[in-house]
Design a protein around this ligand. Sequence first.
Ligand code: NAI
Ligand code: BAL
Length: 478
Amino acid sequence: MSSTFTHSFQTDLFTGKVNFPTGVFINGEWRAGATKLLLTTGQLLTAISEGTAKDVDLAVEAAQKAFDTVWGLNTPGSERGRILGKWANLIEEHLDELAAIESLNNDKNHGKVLETSEAVLGYTRHEPIGVVGQIIPWNFPLLMFAWKVGPALATGNTIVMKPSELTPLTALRVTQLGVEAGIPPGVLNIVTGYGKTVGHAISSHPSIEKVAFTGSTLVGREIMVQAAKSNLKNVTLELGGKSPNIIFEDADLNIAVEWATIGIFFNHGQTCCAGSRIYVQESIYEKFEQKFLERIKQIKLGDPLREGVNQGPQRIMSYIDDGKKSGAKAIIGGKRHGTEGYFIEPTIFTDTTNDMRIVREEIFGPVGVLVKFKDEEDIIKVANDTVYGLAAAVFSQNISRALSVGHRLKAGTVWVNCCNQLFAQIPFGGFKQSGIGRELGEYAIANYTAVKSVITNALTDGFEEISKVCTFGVQVVL
Ligand SMILES: NC(=O)C1=CN([C@@H]2O[C@H](COP(=O)(O)OP(=O)(O)OC[C@H]3O[C@@H](n4cnc5c(N)ncnc54)[C@H](O)[C@@H]3O)[C@@H](O)[C@H]2O)C=CC1
Ligand code: BAL
């Protein structure tokens, strides 16, 4: 038997008691893991089952059986849609509860006919891949669960998922709602545990045909190695970023300040697409800096379950120290806030050079650099001088300028006069070392289907007709 997580919330956002299993979820059953993984959520210490490679084997077996019987090609898309729709309704009914748990958790197929010749009937089928592995991080635990599970299940795949060892709570509760909605046993399996054991077992498993990962570039690289070494599984990766926010002299300054604040400080800066490099054209630099600092001073730090609090605890002080040591100047923040918990003051560095770690590496905290630029040519070069390419933002009231600069930036998403805005219909993913593949929209569906071409001789005497149009380019001689 697995343990349960019980907690009474009495917060500005949600009042009520929650109670849900904390076991690994395999073949529709909650089971106790081999040992316990201790989890610190705010002031709470709770135990979560620690899964093992053996649990991943059992989950893969259950997912394969479910794929061959109650899901995959054996269940019409309409039936999968009915169950997923019911699950979505249950999630909506429990939104406040899930938001409260998340806050504790994280201190927050079809055919297409192709014209060839009268002699040939050719079409494609977009079939589910089979058992897919999904490994997600802690910065948006519930959102990343939804981004991964939705397209995979809708297209008929079955899943072995590992939430972050730091933030498994919402994945467990929402899985329980999935069971209530009618997700059949084995279709969705959750193995909680560590990356080096459960994550490694997923990315190297010979019966998992595809792995989707969100997290650090370092681990993304390791997952690709394991995928290649095991069974050449298909890989999609959504990795880190060091996104530029470019503010031209003709931008609406108030709007640019507001979005630059959201760009770097949203979700405490723990956002892969955070606008952590803020570039301002020299003629408006001083004015921008003054307004930006005034706006940053309004950010409230504290308990994330309290209304009005914008920023919870985190551990990235070493980057701030490194920035100071390398000669950069913290014009706001730069210190720990208070003496309890791990709160970091929202921090902006100036006097940086492009080789500093605070300019080149993803900090994943409320720390940005503010840098002057001269003109379009100058800023495009500097903005693209990074191993990452997840996102970028351009602020200008001249839409032609904003779009032409946007087109020259090497980034998977370019925002114009806004920042950090993601939509379920619009693809998201990275250029360069920010990832492989796209999530959301139609592209997410493509990640979870294998394309099969079916070529049929449509004429009873069609031998010659077919070979004339065959693109092998050779006539078959018997
Ligand atoms: N792209 C994004 O949204 C995210 C980027 N990051 C970046 O990564 C940095 C480190 O954060 P971490 O939580 O340590 O990220 P991470 O990449 O280590 O963890 C993400 C997930 O990968 C799993 N994992 C770890 N090692 C693994 C392995 N060898 N094989 C398979 N799975 C493995 C973890 O258990 C977790 O579920 C952050 O500071 C940030 O820069 C972190 C989280 C999300
Ligand atoms: N990884 C999904 C969105 C983000 O972290 O910004």
